[in-house]
Design a protein around this ligand. Structure first.
Ligand code: AMP
Length: 582
């Protein structure tokens, strides 16, 4: 055993990970390519304890011999039945910690006995103590317990010098929390934290499970609700479908022999679409957004004062989460570091600091640009023929993949041109076109019209952008490749500018009237904001009055100098302040 070595552990509700430090950088240990160890413990048929994937695999068939989500029970003295025995929550957790400790020892080539373990910010003293005990049972000296949002912030910021404010939005399998964290001179402090101990991916799975049960009921099998094995199978299928819906618009759930009706084995087959799923979880996501507002209020921090928004937890891969946060906070959240791994990596950074090492930030590969296509849609609330539709967003971790459905304008349309753009402007024509694919001979039927086409972008580490188009009704497809999509920035900036100059004189009447209409809407919004801002001046505190007056002046300048992007940014800042004051 090396007495100096400390490992970092994220002991999660659904999955756990362990990080070690190599060359001053934290690294999550993978086994068989897999970093996540399912937080599942079980007793196999022969009576031996099993941990991780093996336990998870038997969960559906042997729920009585398997324990999941033990983290929710930490701090309670209630024994848990597993197989023929009973265990305390910290004992079950200790099995997971032991498996992680062994993983780390194998990766390092020597045994380890000390660890930093993360816990949710809301964990009480009893729950923290119970986590320490779990460590001790697993043979680990727990040198520090740190909060998960702190660890997440550390994974991004390392031990940096400057002061930063970070919002950490953590939506996992069973729990949700949001924290505002301040980093000052390398010291990380949680300013506020709120959330819900019983909200997460499991609830989203349940919404799909309910839908599947309804389907079975409609098929004539009224009583599957109490069959634990069937329910566990449905839950697995639901989770798989949910995960696939994060990067594709539809998914088909197929479960063979899921029920026997009138002596006949029945097969479940159901298509779910992303929009329907997102609609189903909307209420739960709105609840998380209310917690975001509360965390900001508690910390007395405005959205514009946030330096970063960080995503943690597997459920933040649901695209609607990112969209809602971007709308609410006015900035794109960062997901460069794998949301499943950033807490473990941060625990690794802390472990390195505890060992007295100079820690460097985590290394990630991200795309510096957004990649997308265009469609007939709208720009600034007005109809527009070249609306940019982002598929892979800037700062996405590589490799990245995303599928979106597109629909013909009318049933008889027999070809469609997919243009591939790179850039950040909502107007596709202001981005750089890097490729285009013509899909001809489209089927002209109502079904084909309704099912549309699926477009997939896959961007790999080398900047190779693969495009896959498929007509759903026929399965006909086109595969294309854009090489060097991540070419150097200067070249792209040059071609962006070239496109811009080319585009201006060519702008036809309809485009310019669109633009005029758009600026009309923008100026209406500006007038409204300025009016509200002026109205509130008398009642505002001295500090707020100064800030608002300065922004009003800046906004007026930007408008008179026709700097519309600046004007819009200033207007949004003002709006945000007004939101709080009003
Ligand atoms: P965590 O507790 O952070 O390990 O998060 C686990 C939860 O994230 C589980 O509910 C998973 O089903 C969910 N999850 C993992 N990957 C995805 C994905 N791509 N889309 C949606 N949910 C996911």
């Amino acid at each position: 055993m090396n007495a100096e070595t400390i490992i970092g552990i994220d002991l999660g509700t659904t999955n756990s990970e362990v990080a070690i430090v190599r060359n001053g950088r934290p690294e999550v240990v993978r086994e068989g390519g897999e970093a996540l160890l399912p937080s599942c413990v079980g007793v196999d048929e022969a009576g031996a304890i099993i941990v991780g994937q093996q336990a998870r695999n038997q969960w559906a068939a042997a729920p009585d011999r398997t324990v999941v989500s033990v983290k929710r029970l930490m701090g309670s003295a209630e024994p848990i039945a597993m197989g023929s025995g009973t265990y305390l929550p910290q004992e079950i957790s200790a099995f997971i910690l032991k498996a992680l400790r062994e993983r780390a020892s194998r990766a390092l080539g020597h045994d380890v006995g000390r660890a930093v373990i993360t816990v949710p910010a809301y964990f009480t003293d009893v729950q923290r103590q119970s986590t320490r005990e779990a460590g001790a049972i697993a043979g680990l000296d727990v040198v520090r317990i740190i909060n998960e949002p702190t660890a997440a912030a550390l994974s991004y910021e390392g031990g940096g010098e400057d002061t930063r404010k970070v919002l950490v939005y953590d939506l996992g399998g069973g729990t949700f929390d949001v924290s505002v964290v301040q980093i000052e001179d390398g010291v990380v402090e949680v300013l506020s934290s709120t959330g819900d101990n019983h909200l997460g991916g499991d609830d989203f799975d349940q919404i799909i499970v309910d839908r599947l049960n309804q389907e079975l009921k409609d098929m004539g099998k009224a009583e599957v609700g109490d069959d634990r094995v069937v329910q566990a199978r449905l839950r697995r299928a639901a989770e798989q479908a949910k995960i696939e819906l994060s990067d594709q618009p539809y998914v088909r759930i197929e479960e063979d022999h899921v029920a026997v009706i009138d002596g006949e084995a029945k097969h479940l087959s159901l298509e779910l679409d992303q929009a329907e799923f997102e609609h189903g979880i909307d209420e739960l996501l709105s609840k998380t957004m209310r917690s975001v507002t509360m965390a900001l209020n508690d910390a007395d921090v405005r959205p514009s004062q946030l330096d970063r928004v960080l995503l943690v937890g597997g459920s933040t891969r649901i695209p609607r989460v990112t969209r809602l946060l971007a709308e609410r906070l006015g900035q794109e959240p960062h997901g460069e570091i794998d949301p499943d791994l950033c807490v473990a990596l941060g625990a690794g950074v802390q472990a390195g600091m505890e060992m007295g090492l100079d820690m460097e930030a985590v290394l990630v590969d991200v795309t510096p640009y957004t990649f997308g296509t265009s469609m007939v849609g709208e720009l600034y609330g007005q109809p527009y023929t070249h609306q940019f539709v982002p598929l892979i967003r800037r700062n996405s971790r590589l490799p990245a993949s995303r599928t979106e459905p597109f629909f013909k304008m009318f049933e008889e349309q027999h070809s469609v041109e997919f243009k591939i753009y790179q850039g950040e402007d909502p107007d596709a024509l202001k981005n750089v076109e890097i490729g285009s694919f013509l899909f001809e001979g489209l089927l002209q039927s109502e079904a084909a019209y309704e099912q549309g086409l699926l477009c997939t972008y896959h961007l790999d580490l080398d900047g190779l952008l693969k495009i896959h188009l498929v007509e759903r009704a026929t399965g006909r497809e086109i595969n294309g490749v854009v090489e060097n999509a991540l070419n150097d920035r200067d070249a792209i900036e040059a071609s962006r500018q070239r496109l811009e100059t080319l585009w201006q004189p060519l702008a036809d009447a309809s485009v310019s009237s669109d633009a005029d209409a758009a600026s009309g809407t923008a100026s209406e919004a500006m007038e409204d904001t300025l009016m509200r801002a002026t109205r509130i001046l008398d009642d505002a505190s001295t500090a707020d009055r100064e800030e608002i007056s300065a922004l009003i002046a800046q906004a007026r300048n930007a408008v008179s100098e026709r700097r519309s992007d600046d004007a819009e940014m200033i207007r949004q800042n003002l709006d945000e302040i007004l939101f709080y004051l009003e």
